[in-house]
Design a protein around this ligand. Structure first.
Ligand SMILES: Nc1ncnc2c1ncn2[C@@H]1O[C@H](COP(=O)(O)OP(=O)(O)OP(=O)(O)O)[C@@H](O)[C@H]1O
Ligand SMILES: Nc1ncnc2c1ncn2[C@@H]1O[C@H](COP(=O)(O)OP(=O)(O)OP(=O)(O)O)[C@@H](O)[C@H]1O
Ligand SMILES: [Mg+2]
Ligand SMILES: [Mg+2]
Lengths: 159, 165, 159, 165
């Protein structure tokens, strides 16, 4: 049990370091146990250094940076233990347009292992998908589904 | 394994039967605020056996049943079916396709089914065990929850790692 | 003291009802005290009905709807007791494009009473402003200010 | 009264002196994630007398001082000045313009000034009292905080109403 957890943990840590520098274009990400002697109960610490910045406490990072670090951790875990499908509900809300496109294109690296269903308002994410569904309430209070094409998006968002 | 289809009827704002077909790859769901996008994520979480009312944003289990509008009457039951492709036998049962169904009536009575045969909730939990699709895992990231992986205290972060172990 | 609070409270309630139906294009918003006999300590309840939908518990509303209800409440309070200036940090993050433009144009109704400084990634909000500042880190880790024009936005977001 | 200018030096990521001029109306601040936008909101909150380290996203008061980068040395102090137009005498002092300044050194020593004359923190708090610009009020809505007005328990909602009373 202990051995299994610490094996998986070091695999996730290695994958986090790789994913982090790919997503952020440099810098360093590291996971470590707050109490290494107590593997089965210890908390998990996250240490991150953005490219070109000093090492700092995770709370000092901005809203968008924190979302992006959490996304890097999610991708790192999916790399080590993929799930058949993954539902993401507006995880791109705090990202700027450049980071939205980085996230959207990074998603495509995982398609052989995981199917993604992504709820979003951001155009960069929509453009990275192969199927697009619109949900509207033409009749107030009742949800209806429309099958959309990416070109429809401009009109759809407008009404 | 992948998600082929989801059928939703009477669940939250989906008064009428609605079917979403999926393929491998990335599917985006878009639409105005309040139109019902997160209700689809709730429907998937619910049919997979979610028992916590709070994580379904309701006050009681009946809150998932379509409550009516100014022009429509409330309905009596909510039903969701998840159709999964099992050709690579991720689920150790001998079917090419696995259909998981959950139904709840206003009376509180619940029905669970796997491939149209009635079963217990426990059977649905066991079906999804070890696939990483567990309810505490990382296969459904709810709206506004992405940064929670970081901001909780270090000991709260364990559950996502344990799910992956 | 009691009288003053309940006077202000009923003014804010009246203003909330007006702002709500203007922002949402219909529906009803109402504030009431959970314990009307204990004015100085009572909690404050918010009851909202979207246009065409039934009355429901505030928790059932979506992420974007909740943000928009909170924005309506903020505008209602600013109407009753304006502050000289107001700093809003990405309050439009959960809104869809249509609601972003509704929010941005509604801001302009308050310009005679309040100066707004709005931090945003959404184009609809940028278009409603008269001054635009860009903050970048050309030198990693050091913030620099650029004075922008709305036409620059396309380029600025791209690099 | 309105905000005419803010001068930031050595505060968080603003290593070099930075001046933002404002007018009446709406000013938008845009830019990539992590570039320093919310640090400007923090600077305004800080110079107005904010004492809670947590609401400035730091662990200690020194966390507001520029900590250096791989190519720059840390600096010794952080200083922010807020220049307010007082022609309509919102502040009961006889100046057309009111400049509020706050400075903190790595040693922990703090300096507060109103119109370049040194004062106490208490004087800054009193200056902003009754203008609705108080720190618990609704004049600064932090990132991710907008829905908090709704989701807190009903008794937590009072503070924003009391500020407006
Ligand atoms: N004392 C300090 N010294 C140097 N840099 C600091 C200091 N405190 C914070 N920072 C930097 O400021 C950055 C965060 O800035 P801020 O929160 O303003 O970003 P933002 O522009 O609001 O981004 P977002 O769009 O993601 O919200 C962090 O990456 C951190 O490196
Ligand atoms: N039992 C129910 N019966 C009818 N309608 C319901 C029920 N439960 C929730 N709803 C409706 O669903 C709406 C919320 O839908 P949902 O959270 O899916 O929106 P969304 O599309 O995710 O929006 P956003 O972009 O703002 O996140 C609410 O406005 C509510 O009226
Ligand atoms: Mg939603
Ligand atoms: Mg920010």
């Amino acid at each position: 049990m202990e051995e299994h957890f610490s094996n998986q943990f070091s695999k996730i840590n290695k994958s986090f370091a790789e994913v982090f520098s790919e997503l952020f274009g440099g810098g360093r990400g590291r996971l470590y146990l707050s109490e290494p002697d107590n593997i089965l109960e210890s908390g998990i610490e996250i240490e991150v250094q953005m490219p070109g910045k000093g090492l700092q406490n995770i709370d000092l990072y901005s809203g968008g940076e924190k979302s992006f670090i959490a996304i890097a951790l999610l991708f790192a875990i999916l790399k080590v233990k993929p799930t058949p499908f993954c539902i993401l509900d507006e995880i791109d809300a705090a990202l700027d347009d450049v980071n939205v496109s980085r996230f959207a294109s990074y998603l495509r690296n995982y398609l052989s292992m995981t199917q993604f269903i992504v709820i979003t308002h951001r155009r960069g994410t929509m453009e990275a998908s192969n199927i697009l569904y619109g949900v509207t309430m033409q009749e107030k209070g009742v949800s209806k589904l429309l099958s959309l094409h990416i070109d429809d998006i401009k009109d759809e968002m407008a009404n | 394994m992948f998600l082929k289809r989801i059928e939703i009827q009477g669940f939250k704002s989906f008064a009428d039967k609605t079917v979403l077909e999926f393929e491998q790859g990335v599917t985006s769901i878009v639409g105005p605020n309040g139109s019902g996008k997160s209700n689809i994520a709730d429907a998937i979480r619910w049919v997979m056996g979610e028992m916590s009312i709070k994580s379904l944003r309701g006050a009681s289990m009946q809150d998932v049943i379509f409550a009516g509008t100014q022009t429509r009457k409330p309905v009596n039951f909510a039903e969701v079916s998840l159709v999964l492709d099992n050709s690579n036998k991720t689920f150790p049962i001998d079917f090419e396709e696995v259909i998981v169904t959950r139904r709840v009536f206003r009376s509180g009575e619940s029905v669970y089914m796997i491939n149209r045969a009635s079963c217990r909730l426990k059977d649905i939990h066991e079906l999804f065990m070890d696939t990483g699709l567990g309810r505490d895992g990382y296969s459904i990231i709810g709206q506004g929850n992405v940064s929670q992986i970081l901001s909780t205290k270090s000991e709260d972060r364990r559950s996502i790692f344990e799910e992956a172990a």
